[in-house]
Design a protein around this ligand. Structure first.
Ligand code: SAH
Ligand code: SF4
Length: 406
């Protein structure tokens, strides 16, 4: 079954591909079309229980249960809601491990220019088609998805790829956890399914963007990350053009990624303008220098509407000065790229300071004037610790009860 899974989740159906389900039903002496029915139930209907797979015969459902096979979609066990609409979920896996997933609804185009995928698409669409929204007729509410009915036009889901992270970036809270284990492809895609269910999202009607920017380094869990993409695109039905994966920069994995037939857009966490500063803030730079990473990124065959995003966390006095902006421009000259500037989100026990607002403004202005599109990413859900780099499992189990501790 699923490679790299722990014992409990080996019995999970969620995460299996149609060909694997075919093998499973054959083993049970059932006809091939049963695999198609299970695929539909798992990924289109997003059922959480084998009992709800009503297309299957009662005997088959019973047989699956007897063998200890379950759906195994991650379960939301705790939620926190921000004043800005962002929600942070604690997701429990089959073996009791937990990760965090974030839901960020977006409203009225207020994120234009914030550097998010949504805004980039909006701007591109407007560039091509003019401002259509102003003249769009009001749509019949019966015909729109759950999101629009609740006043939002789209939402972004931020998913985790590992329990903890091994990369040890000095400014990131997730790093403090260390690495506990990889998530399986089913557990990665399953976070999305659980959140879609919670909000009653209708794929095809609601606009959903995905970012692989939660806990963990997706490129250090490469095969399972790719499996999750296949499930999300081919079976759950979210186009890869609406997905972005962020990496701290694992050079061989970037090269491999560039060859994938089905892949999200790429974001590279640059976070410094030279190797000396980058090594301080991201010790992984000892292994792969900025130049090597950029060479690998250049092998990516970019689509017409595709840019590489460089994320740049601004740390007060460390990497946010005019000389750094000039170095970034030199590094990225000639690349079809944009820069997302992220004001560092503080966390307990992390010894950095936030950049001064005037330094952030100057940094952005210098990039733009130097010909590099640059956006300041609006922090989302900071009040509930859901913003970038703030994901750690802010709960502990006390006498079997989940309590918030941070
Ligand atoms: N591991 C991957 C994806 C998860 S981190 C990566 O590092 O790219 C997602 C983004 O959050 C990265 O760009 C990272 O640099 C940024 N980040 C981490 N900690 C942060 C913090 N405290 N404040 C702001 N951004 C942070
Ligand atoms: Fe891991 Fe990304 Fe945090 Fe670095 S920034 S420790 S790679 S999650």
């Amino acid at each position: 079954m699923v490679d790299g899974s722990v014992e409990d989740s080996q019995k999970a159906l969620f995460g299996m591909l149609p060909e694997e389900l075919k093998e499973l039903v054959a083993e049970l002496g059932e006809k091939g079309y049963r695999a198609t029915q299970i695929t539909e139930a798992l990924y289109r209907q997003r059922v959480t229980d084998i009992g709800a797979m009503t297309a299957l015969s009662a005997a088959l459902r019973e047989e699956l249960a007897l063998r200890g096979i379950a759906v195994g979609m991650p379960e939301i066990v705790q939620t926190a809601k921000s004043v800005d609409g962002t929600e942070r979920y604690l997701m429990r896996m089959g073996d009791g491990e937990t990760v965090e997933t974030v839901w960020m609804p977006d409203g009225d185009g207020g994120e234009r220019g914030d550097g998010s995928e949504a805004s980039a698409e909006e701007e591109q669409a407007e560039g091509l088609e003019g401002n259509v929204s102003e003249f769009a007729p009001r749509r019949d509410l019966r015909n729109v998805g759950a999101l629009e009915q609740s006043g939002y036009s789209r939402a972004t889901i931020c998913i985790s790829s590992q329990v903890g992270c091994a990369v040890n970036c000095q400014f990131c809270l997730t790093a403090k956890l260390g690495i506990k284990r990889n998530l399986t492809g089913g557990e990665i895609a399953g976070q999305v399914a659980a959140v879609l269910n919670r909000h009653g999202v209708k794929i095809g009607k609601d606009r959903i963007n995905l970012v692989f920017m939660g806990m963990g380094e997706p490129f250090l869990n490469y095969d399972e990350f790719i499996r999750s993409v296949e499930i999300l695109v081919k079976h759950i039905g979210i186009p890869e053009s609406r997905m972005t994966v962020s990496t701290s920069g694992i050079e061989p994995a970037i090269r491999k990624f560039a060859q994938e037939p089905l892949r999200p857009k790429l974001a590279l966490s640059l976070n410094a303008s030279n190797d000396v500063v980058r090594e301080q803030v991201m010790p992984i730079t000892r292994k792969w220098k900025i130049g090597q990473l950029l060479d690998a990124v250049r092998t990516l065959p970019l689509g017409k509407r595709e840019w590489v995003t460089f994320e740049y966390v601004l740390l007060g006095g460390v990497n946010d000065q005019p000389e750094h902006a000039r170095e970034v421009l030199d590094l990225l000259r000639g690349m079809k790229a944009k820069v997302n500037l992220i004001v560092w989100n503080p966390g307990p026990g992390i010894d950095y300071t936030q950049p001064k607002p005037e330094d952030v403004a100057v940094f952005q202005k210098m990039l733009i004037e130097g010909g590099m599109p640059a956006y300041i990413r609006r922090p989302r859900g900071r009040d509930i610790y859901a913003a970038c780099g703030q994901l750690k499992r802010t709960v502990s189990e006390e006498q079997g009860q989940l309590v918030t501790i941070g």
